[in-house]
Write a protein that binds this ligand. Structure first.
Ligand code: DI6
Ligand code: FE
Length: 412
């Protein structure tokens, strides 16, 4: 419930003497405020705006006042596409690719996602959690306050459940909001290699209803690709998700144009992700459906993709763009959202404003939680990132340097 800004019964925490990038919609650029302040109460923002307009009753109710010394405050960052929960790594496949093999060749030879499936199945839930936490910590150290985590390395009910439970546990181990996504249709497990439809039956009839019943999934994702599932198979998963009341997302047109963008749009997907090979008509359909285009330049870079996503088409059609790490062992072993922003700018030509909106307002929209986070506005979670930078461009420009001064999650 949003807090009534006029009610100041509880203690207020106040950050003063700051520059704000509010990302509030309808404002120019990043919604800047030169001499700004943010106030929060019970984990929600009760004021974000010019310091000289701070209501007296908020100042009076302030129990903690932080002088930001002119630093920049942005909304806490949101990594809206990760496969953070996995076992082991695939450095061996990286070496094979350096020697000339392609990602698809390795996948078709039984490596790729399937090798991560074997590793994850062999691990206990506690070990998996222990292995995942350092990756989460790397993201949090750069100001991330919300993260999406997908399953998809279990590929049977027990192990998909295990992955999603670990994802949920990340949110109790650390001060971070975790949104979970069931990605049972990530690839075909070896036992179903010759009958992909039978695996989709299992996803639709057993796995999905069980994870929904147990409250383990906030959304449903799939991988539409030659090495994974056909659009028709993904449609079955999406229909089942919709029937259970869950929003959908799609790994779309990453390695080839399978009409994934349009498919996602047809189901009113929250987002279509990757999109390197998406078509103009796919972009147009996404615009009508309000589907966010999630750019994953880490995967583009790491598998040396050369076909860029149609950024100009997204701009022309007014499709909001988000930027995420796609953190995963096979195509994007990346745990820096700042570096993902840099790559989105250098590799895909996004502007600084597009990059910053891509890890805040638009990332929240890609998770269906735009009403809770992603901007500095009254009523939203008090998730802040406070930066030691002169200008927002520095968040995008540097490579391998972390200018975070402080991170606030729901005013803690
Ligand atoms: N696309 C990707 O880039 C990741 N999953 C997907 O559907 C790759 C996952 C992996 O190779 O482990
Ligand atoms: Fe992915």
């Amino acid at each position: 419930m949003p807090i009534d800004p006029n009610k100041t019964l509880g203690p207020v925490q106040l950050w003063r003497n700051a520059r704000l990038a509010t990302l509030a919609p309808g404002r120019e650029g990043l919604g800047p405020v030169e001499s700004g302040a943010v106030a929060a109460r019970e984990g929600r923002i009760v004021y974000a705006g010019p310091e000289n307009k701070l209501p007296a009753h908020i100042v009076e109710a302030s129990a903690i006042v932080v002088d930001c010394d002119g630093r920049l405050i942005t909304p806490g960052l949101i990594d809206c596409h990760t496969h953070l929960v996995y076992a082991g790594n695939r450095a061996n496949e990286f070496e094979m690719r350096l020697a000339g093999a392609t990602y698809e060749e390795i996948a078709r030879a039984g490596g790729g996602i399937v090798s991560s499936v074997e590793a994850l199945r062999a691990e206990s839930e506690d070990t998996l959690l222990r292995e995942t936490l350092p990756r989460l910590d790397a993201l949090l150290a750069e100001g991330v306050t919300t993260i999406e985590v997908k399953s998809g390395y279990g590929l049977d009910l027990e192990n998909e459940r295990k992955s999603l439970r670990v994802a949920r546990r990340l949110g109790s181990e650390r001060s971070v909001t975790v949104q979970t996504t069931f990605l049972g249709a990530h690839t075909v497990p070896p036992a179903y290699r010759d009958d992909r439809d039978a695996y989709i039956d299992l996803v639709v009839d057993e796995m999905l209803p069980a994870v929904v019943r147990e409250g383990l999934a906030d959304a449903v994702d799939g991988f539409a690709e030659g090495i994974a599932f056909t659009p028709g198979q993904i449609e079955r998963v999406f229909e089942a998700a919709k029937a259970l009341g869950l929003p959908v997302k799609l790994h779309a047109d990453q390695l080839s144009d399978t009409g994934g963008a349009a498919l996602a749009a047809r189901f009113g997907a929250l987002s279509a992700d990757h999109l390197e090979h998406a078509s103009e008509s796919g972009a147009a359909a996404m615009s009508v459906a309000g589907t966010v285009a999630v750019m994953l330049p880490g995967a583009f870079y790491f598998i040396r993709e050369t076909h860029k996503p149609p950024v100009d088409a997204f701009r022309r059609h007014g499709v909001p763009m988000a930027v995420a790490t796609d953190s995963n062992p096979g195509t994007s072993p990346l745990t820096s959202l700042l570096l993902a922003m840099n790559m989105a700018a250098t590799l895909f030509g996004l502007t600084v404003e597009e990059c910053v909106a891509g890890v805040t307002r638009h990332a929240a929209q890609a998770l269906g939680i735009g009403h809770e986070t992603g901007t500095l506005e009254v009523g939203k979670w008090a998730d802040l990132a406070i930066w030691d930078v002169e200008r927002p461009a520095e968040l995008v420009y540097r490579m391998g340097f972390n200018p975070l001064h402080a991170r606030v999650w729901r005013d803690r």
